[in-house]
Ligand binder design. Sequence first.
Ligand code: DI6
Ligand code: FE
Length: 390
Amino acid sequence: MVPSATPYGTVPDGAIAVTDGRVVFVGPRGELPSEVASHPARVIAGDGGWVTPGLIDCHTHLVFGGNRAEEFEARLGGASYEEIAWAGGGILSTVAATRAASEDELRASAGARIATLRAHGVTTVEIKSGYGLELETEIQMLRVARAAGDDQDVTTVTTLLGAHALPPEAAGDRDVYLDLVCEEMIPAAVGVADAVDAFCEGIAFTPEECRRVLQTGAGHGLYGRLHADQLSDIGGAAVAAACGARSADHLEYTSEAGVRAMAQSGTVPVLLPGAFLYLNEERRPPVAAMREAGLDIAVATDLNPGSSPIASPLIALNLACLLFGLTPEESLAGMTRVAARVLDMEGSRGTLTEGAHADLALWDIEHPAELSYWMGANPCRTVIRGGRAG
Ligand code: DI6
Ligand code: FE
């Protein structure tokens, strides 16, 4: 999908030529350069299907041990996500299960989740740590994320989320834990992580604490992301913007001032409708204000065992439309071109333009709105990564 005045950037009866894993031509079939048209090394026929850039799931927590089906039952019985967190459950129960799992177990279960995403058109996935909350396990999660991506032939981007929750052994001493994150985890993550993230929330870390984490990350060459304004407005979006974070994610409670701050700093809003759905939230992110401010919006699964056990990127597209009012075109851009910007890959992935990586998905659909329209169907016929089908 090339951004243009044409809806979806559609090229009817189009052709794409690939050399050495990169797109070298995209346009009408009749305009294929003659040397390619007459001597193709290999042709994959579209047979009337649609080709889009491979989907980019720019926000997941898919490396974890165990699952939280019992917590799901408890929440259906009336317990709130925050009550469960304050009682030491929630994220901390996944921390216990993740610490108890072996590296091989984590790699296999993460690999199975990545394989599911790939089967639904994903060629790039961002994966966060945050269920170790101790140096060794946090770094192990990042290592596992990269290895599991390689196993499944999916490009991975990794994010250190040491500031996800306060671990039990910190015994409430926030400063000691933040020292561990900033003085040990962040330096150790250089080389295994691309970015740093924090959970800015009443049940997690304050704006001041998150600022420290993002600034320390930036000092080590890790760009920033922030879980912001998911359950309350504590000014998270503005903190992300002030720190020059590439994205602020969730944003249900973000104020107009927060939206303006993001527009000024170029911080991309990432919407995660799965978490909104599972947590039975009522407050919706300020999509109209974002559009008015000229912000492009990214969409992701937030795949995690607590607030968003959603392993389908297409369901996330569907929910972004149904729950947040995105158009199917905005939703698809949010998981391709805009998601690439979040991951510092703008122009090289998430777009079908000359020079971009040849990461493509081929769909058995008649209209691209079908990618947001079906729930539970999977029209993905083939995924091509780096020019190779598999
Ligand atoms: N917000 C979320 O939605 C995930 N993390 C976060 O900071 C949920 C993580 C979990 O509940 O395990
Ligand atoms: Fe998240």
